[in-house]
Design a protein around this ligand. Structure first.
Ligand SMILES: Nc1ncnc2c1ncn2[C@@H]1O[C@H](COP(=O)(O)OP(=O)(O)OP(=O)(O)O)[C@@H](O)[C@H]1O
Ligand SMILES: [Mg+2]
Length: 360
């Protein structure tokens, strides 16, 4: 299978054959919660993941003290003069200097010792403005890459999943991240429509905290909320999926003492519902705009990626609402970086004359 998921061999395979095996080209998914680096290694990828957190001096946010895992440990626990924060909000770069520190760390982890990074391809949310794309490109160059290409995360996901992106049929990618959800339609190797919902997994966690407070008068931490979502999470749908529960410890609002609460799938599905409803509305709008020429492609090639797509019942809910048998990616949190790494090895392959070469 080639770059575009086509079975027939085209000229695309000939491009930069040597560079596909280079260790210097990296695909990077700069996410709100996680930054994932993929480096092609033969037919597979070496993958690295770091939390998208940077800690800086409070009185000088350009003075970066720690990045990634180390900085994440400091979240909510920093002394007065240090602050740990996320350089991206809702998928969009908020602080160039801090995002650059994150990218430098990602590149250091991904590249071989002593070698310079060659090309990097960075996945950005599909609705990023030119200013946002330029910012991502600029930080990539400042971080020391020779060549930086910025592509839509949706397109990267489709490439990473090996979907037939160059065909003139539709493909639907639903990327449910921490900060936002992208709905992307692809045809002939390019994006034909995109809609972004500025809600994702983080909002579900916040809703869980709120609901637990309302129901039990207990304040739980955001990490406990996320853990509950991951272990017992459920999306409301017409099938009878197993209801599970998990015990977490929070702080009683009455006594300020630790208190155990039992969070079950029902509560989590209540917390998920407002976010899923927004996604459903957006998908209705995307399908309304979809030319009928692309509907059968979408029916056969829909894929949900991003950490949030692992919620139980999501597939069933999409089927209930839209009669689309959406597939859930088996590598939802790394597929964007993998697709970006494939493009990093063969960047010319995304140019129109190359990606359409199979039709000539
Ligand atoms: N098994 C799971 N079930 C439900 N949600 C999950 C699961 N595993 C991870 N998540 C959630 O997925 C989200 C992280 O996904 P991902 O890494 O795709 O986001 P991101 O790329 O950092 O964010 P964004 O794309 O919005 O910038 C978090 O909200 C996390 O809690
Ligand atoms: Mg993402």
């Amino acid at each position: 299978m080639d770059f575009f998921g086509r079975n027939k061999v085209t000229k695309v395979n000939e491009i930069n054959k040597a560079s596909r095996n280079s260790n210097n080209n990296l695909g990077i998914d700069l996410g709100t919660l996680n930054t994932v680096v993929a480096k092609p290694s033969g037919d597979k990828f070496d993958l690295y993941q770091i939390p998208s957190v940077v800690s800086v001096k409070k009185d000088d946010p350009t003075a970066v003290l720690a990045v990634g895992e180390e900085a994440k440990l400091m979240l909510g626990r920093t002394p007065e003069d240090i602050v740990a924060l996320r350089p991206l909000k809702k998928g969009v770069i908020e602080s160039i200097i801090q995002a650059q520190a994150l990218l430098i760390k990602a590149m250091e982890i991904g590249k071989k010792d002593g070698e310079k990074v060659g090309r990097i391809v960075i996945g950005v949310p599909g609705d990023s403005t030119e200013v946002e794309k330029n910012a991502a490109e600029e930080i990539g160059k400042k971080a020391g890459a020779d060549y930086v290409l910025v592509i839509s995360e949706g397109l990267a996901a489709a490439i990473g999943a090996g979907l037939p992106i160059a065909e003139p049929n539709g493909i639907l990618i639903m990327d449910i991240g921490a900060g936002s959800t992208d709905l992307v339609i692809i045809s002939l190797g390019g994006i034909t429509d995109i809609q972004t919902v500025r809600f994702g997994g983080d909002d579900i966690d916040n809703n869980i905290v709120k609901l637990v407070k309302e129901k039990f008068n207990v304040d739980i931490g955001i990490h406990e909320a996320e853990q509950a979502k991951i272990s017992v999470g459920l999306v409301k749908n017409s099938k009878d999926l197993e209801v599970r529960s998990i015990e977490v410890i929070g702080k009683s609002i009455e006594t300020n003492h630790p208190k155990k609460v039992l969070i079950d799938s029902e509560l989590v599905s209540e917390a998920v519902e407002p976010i899923i409803s927004e996604i459903v509305v957006a998908l209705h709008q995307v399908l309304e705009r979809l030319p009928s020429e692309l509907i059968s492609g979408v029916y056969y090639n829909s894929l949900s990626v991003g950490g949030g797509s692992q919620l139980r019942g999501l597939k069933e809910r999409v089927c209930d609402e839209f009669e689309i048998p959406i597939k859930i990616s088996d590598d939802p949190m790394t597929v964007v970086a993998k697709g970006a790494a494939i493009v990093a090895a063969e960047p010319r392959a995304l140019e129109p004359e190359v990606r359409l070469s199979g039709f000539k």
